[in-house]
Design a protein around this ligand. Structure first.
Ligand code: FEO
Length: 399
């Protein structure tokens, strides 16, 4: 059937694409859709690894049928309970009443809580094995690689890792399933965006999981979103490793709020100075217009962060406040930071930005520029200095 694919041995892809949903988690835009991946191992025993969003359950069942040709499912392995992967479980259990649901203690608490499912549970612990015949699965507990119940399943025969959300990305699959069969470039920016928005807070658990996985030989990664990683596996792992260490690439994000264009001129002056001092990767986001999921992806990607906005009701401009809240929630570390602000009668935005920088332990590379009312040459000089200092810091030549 269309959209199924043999991955390795008896492992088949039976996931689906969602090009309809506007926002993932009702928060993060999906301009390129998203895939909900599921894998079926039709061995001597049959195991299904995770399900799909219930909106796609009919299509999902047809894919399973096309692979199984009348056979039943012995095990449903639940690596992750977030409803984008678990919401078809109850229907699946009704269809295959003998099927055992494989998970850990935390999985089962959630299964009962979300779906009232309490029967036919098969509990596994870290390192336990499940013999399917040719394929033998080992379970690796990786809590908080997105949710507390998350685990991964490793096929010791063909060295395939079923990695739950890890190494996943936004973006529906366009026909091909495995990375080597597709034009892969479009998925990297979707991986930054997915990581920053969904997994971003959990850098430390991701690092722990990566250290655990270092003991395994892995030839293929079957994530719950995006391509199956084979040819580009090393790059996908490296990208997750760097992001979970909050290690930014060379480049600067200027994220700003502006009401009438005055603060935007400051952002332009800073960008111009950065460019004049040799910085090539400068990404500017007017936060009243830019997609916040894109902004977060860029903030996670690049080492330099410059934020500015007008004072608004003695606070940060609301869109900037919202971004800074999201960044703080994700505990973003290791950034070179600079900031600027403006006010009509009483300054507050730079004080708030300064407090956030201190709380986050970011390295502030330049004095702030704080503008009263309109743009002027002295303000331009301050903004230029911000750009110059950031460029020097990125080039490791801070004065
Ligand atoms: Fe794709 Fe955490 O769910």
């Amino acid at each position: 059937m269309y959209g199924t694919k043999n991955i390795s041995g008896h492992i088949h892809y039976v996931g689906v694409n969602d090009r309809s949903k506007a926002k993932f988690e009702n928060l993060w835009t999906l301009p390129n859709g998203v895939s909900y991946n599921s894998y079926l191992i039709a061995d001597e025993k049959v195991a299904l690894l995770d399900t799909v969003d219930i909106c796609y359950v009919e299509q999902f069942m047809r894919k399973i049928d096309s692979v199984l040709q009348g056979r039943s499912i012995d095990y449903l392995i639940v690596n992750h309970m977030e409803p984008d992967h678990s919401s078809s479980i109850r229907i699946l259990q009704q269809r295959y009443p003998e099927m055992k649901i494989v998970g850990n203690q935390r999985t089962f608490g959630m299964l009962q809580g979300f779906y009232g499912v309490i029967d036919n549970l098969y509990e596994v612990k870290d390192g336990d094995m499940l013999d399917l015949g040719y394929h033998k699965l080992q379970f690796v507990m990786t809590p908080m690689v997105h949710w507390p119940e998350v685990m991964m399943s490793y096929d010791t025969t063909d060295k395939v890792l079923f990695s739950a959300d890890a190494f996943g990305c936004f973006g529906a699959l366009h026909g091909a399933i495995i990375d080597r069969d597709m034009e892969i470039e479009r998925y990297w920016s979707e991986m930054y965006r997915y990581y920053a928005n969904i997994v971003g807070k959990y850098g430390s658990p991701v690092q722990k999981a990566l250290q655990k996985l270092a003991d395994y030989e892995i030839r293929t990664i079957c994530s719950l979103h995006g391509p199956v990683w084979s040819e580009h596996l090393a790059k996908a792992v490296d990208l997750y490793d760097r992001m979970s260490r909050y290690e930014g690439e060379e480049g600067v994000v200027i994220a700003y709020g502006t009401m009438y264009g005055n603060t935007e001129e400051m952002a332009e002056a800073i960008a111009s100075s950065l460019a004049n001092h040799g910085v090539k990767r400068i990404i500017m986001h007017n936060l009243a217009k830019s997609d916040i999921s894109e902004v977060l992806g860029d903030v996670f990607r690049y080492k330099g962060l410059i934020v500015g906005c007008p004072t608004y009701s003695n606070e940060l401009f609301p869109e900037v406040k919202s971004l800074m809240d999201k960044i703080q929630t994700r505990e973003l570390k290791n950034r070179y930071f600079a900031y600027f602000g403006s006010f009509a009668w009483a300054s507050a935005s730079v004080k708030h930005l300064s407090a956030i920088a201190e709380k986050m332990n970011w390295e502030v590379v330049a004095d702030p520029a704080d503008m009263k009312q309109g743009y002027s040459q002295p303000i331009e000089d301050l903004c230029s200095e911000i750009g110059r200092q950031m460029a020097l810091r990125l080039a490791d030549k801070a004065e």
